[in-house]
Design a protein around this ligand. Structure first.
Ligand SMILES: *Cc1c(COP(=O)(O)O)cnc(C)c1O
Length: 281
């Protein structure tokens, strides 16, 4: 049985400025990051009436891998539905896909079933659901004594929203999936009172989720060299670029939340290496 322990807060200097980093990537070697926080509720959940977990999303998602870990911990099956699996990935399994398969995931290339059986537990894409509040409140409790502005990049916005709901400090975020309008809608689905919504900061250029950008890779390498911390390649580059652009808005020291996702870097790095041949680790 995995217990979620408190994660450390580390001081770093990046481009001559001090930051605090909440190392949620270090929660556990396998069940870590914000997906572990969002799924925490189910660690102590009685699965006696369930034989499997059902979910859907992309074939390389961090949520998919974390669900495969949860299913393994709880001793139930895991069925995952995707629109498409790239031929290259099928032939050369790697990253989240490979590790989830090793955990026993059954992946299906079709739309997820509308009618579930009683013994099937459905978890929405990316863990965008109210049950996530349980684990995120615990994360908020670990941060509440720290006098800092909080920053984290968003996908579904679930993590940022529930943190703001349980913290007095201001929580800032940016939209990595979709735009600001999409992210606001995501917040509203979980919390109708806008006073609990995080502040969304933007960049001038529009970035598309999952696409490769030279400037993303460059800031990721710079962070790694200067801070000795490996950040995630999908959300963190946009997160740091947004944070640096809006530096003057922050009145206090910034606490950046490292939300894990490092197994996903395996596939992102392969893609970056194929796209920019000069890229070497
Ligand atoms: C899933 C994920 C996010 C986005 O989390 P949301 O709660 O969907 O906003 C950010 N960073 C990493 C590393 C993730 O795996």
């Amino acid at each position: 049985m995995i217990e979620i322990k408190k994660s450390p807060v580390q001081k770093i200097i990046f481009r001559d400025k001090n930051y605090l980093i909440k190392r949620d990537d270090l929660l556990d070697s396998r069940f870590s990051g914000n997906k572990a926080r969002k799924l925490h509720y189910f660690l102590n959940y009685d699965f006696n009436n369930f034989t499997k977990i059902i979910s859907h999303g992309s074939a390389q998602s961090n949520a998919m891998y974390s669900l495969s870990e949860l299913a393994k911990i709880k001793g139930v099956g895991f069925e995952y539905y995707v629109d498409h699996i790239a031929e290259y990935l099928k032939q050369n399994p790697h990253g989240n896909y490979k590790h989830a398969l090793e955990n026993g995931m059954k992946i299906q290339e079709k739309h997820f079933p509308k009618n579930l059986k009683d013994e099937e537990l459905f978890i929405p894409e990316g863990g965008h659901f109210v049950e996530a509040e349980f684990g995120l409140k615990i994360l908020a409790d670990e941060l509440k004594e720290i006098d800092a502005d909080i920053f984290l990049p968003s996908g579904t916005g679930t993590t940022a929203l529930f943190l703001q709901k349980h913290l007095k400090q201001k929580v800032y975020t940016c939209a990595c999936v979709g735009d600001e309008t999409y992210l606001k809608k995501q917040f509203l689905e979980l919390e109708s009172d806008e006073k609990y919504h995080p502040s969304i900061l933007t960049l001038d250029k529009k970035y598309h989720f999952g696409k490769l950008y030279r400037e993303f890779f460059e800031i990721w390498i710079e962070l790694k060299n200067e801070t000795k911390i490996e950040f995630d390649l999908l959300y963190d580059p946009q997160g740091w670029m947004t944070l640096l652009k809006h530096q003057s808005k922050f009145k206090k020291e910034i606490l950046y939340i490292h939300q894990g996702g490092l197994i996903g870097n395996e596939s992102m790095l392969l893609r970056y290496k194929r796209k920019f041949s000069e890229v070497n680790r």
